[in-house]
Design a protein around this ligand. Structure first.
Ligand code: ADP
Ligand code: MG
Ligand code: MG
Length: 250
């Protein structure tokens, strides 16, 4: 599904990604871990098409299609979802209305007609029940005064509604509380299928107590220096990152 080959990227004159290789297949959950400043968020932004970074070499493709020339919206329409894509507060626009617009814009870009209102309501009801989101939340103004957990709930709701092929969840380094972690984890666990893939970027192992990844990759200084299964996350929790640094530079 997602194929990244020898990706190098810079911001200004600073090289941040120094040759990333990553293959993600449908049905898989990958975790990307690594110390602060390693380039994790940069990688997520570049996959989503953030134009502040310059890709200097390498390629990123989704289902065999080169993403290089596609704008962020076009990538989104092809099924790439990055959490925190819509962090803006929009007073007067409810969670529901925002998602309704996002869905219809996506459909338009795909050459489909708007989703009929009754169908939209039905889908909203199904997904919100699945994720245990209550009605009051759906009518609140987007992100306005949202707690960390509510932001996550909104994000997971967007993900459930948009049904991305590839969801990239960047948990950032701003410690999520345990409720927010549970919301993300249970949402991901309910939404994952053999048709989609999830890349979870996390600084902390604890999220992976709730979502068991098929693969764990360690990103350090712009490169994936080690990959393994879920047990690697536990090893990192126990031993930190220094041992890998030593191992990878021997
Ligand atoms: P991580 O998510 O792994 O903590 P980031 O991708 O946020 O790492 O950052 C990787 C490196 O790139 C850091 O050294 C950071 O300072 C630098 N960086 C990221 N974004 C910018 C930016 N907009 N301008 C300058 N440097 C940046
Ligand atoms: Mg960081
Ligand atoms: Mg980050």
């Amino acid at each position: 599904m997602l194929s990244i080959k020898n990706l190098h990227a810079t911001i200004g004159d600073k090289e941040i990604l120094k040759g990333i290789n990553l293959e993600v297949k449908a049905g898989e959950v990958h975790a990307i871990m690594g110390p602060n400043g390693a380039g994790k968020s940069t990688l997520a932004s570049i996959i989503a098409g953030n134009e502040n970074y310059e890709v200097t070499s390498g390629e990123i493709s989704l289902d065999g299609e080169d993403l290089a020339e596609l704008a962020p919206e076009e990538r989104a329409h092809k099924g790439v979802f990055l959490s925190f894509q819509y962090p803006v507060e929009i007073p007067g626009v409810s969670v529901t209305n925002f998602i309704r617009t996002a869905i219809n814009e996506t459909r338009k870009a795909q050459g489909l007609e708007e989703m009929p209102a009754n169908q939209m309501l039905k889908v909203i009801r199904e997904k919100s029940e699945l994720l245990e989101i209550d009605r009051k939340f759906l009518s609140r103004s987007l992100n306005e005064g949202f707690s960390g957990g509510e932001k996550k709930r909104n994000e997971i709701f967007q993900m459930a509604m948009l049904e991305p092929k590839l969801a990239i969840l960047d948990e950032t380094d701003s410690g999520l509380d345990i409720d927010a972690l549970r919301i993300v984890a249970s949402g991901v666990n309910k939404l994952k299928s053999d048709k989609n893939a999830v890349v979870i970027i996390t600084h902390y192992q604890r999220l992976l107590d709730y979502i068991v990844p098929d693969f764990v990759h360690v990103l350090m200084d712009g490169k994936i220096v080690k990959s393994g299964d879920a047990s690697l996350a536990l090893e990192l929790e126990e031993k930190g990152y220094d041992w890998i640094k030593q191992e990878s530079f021997v």
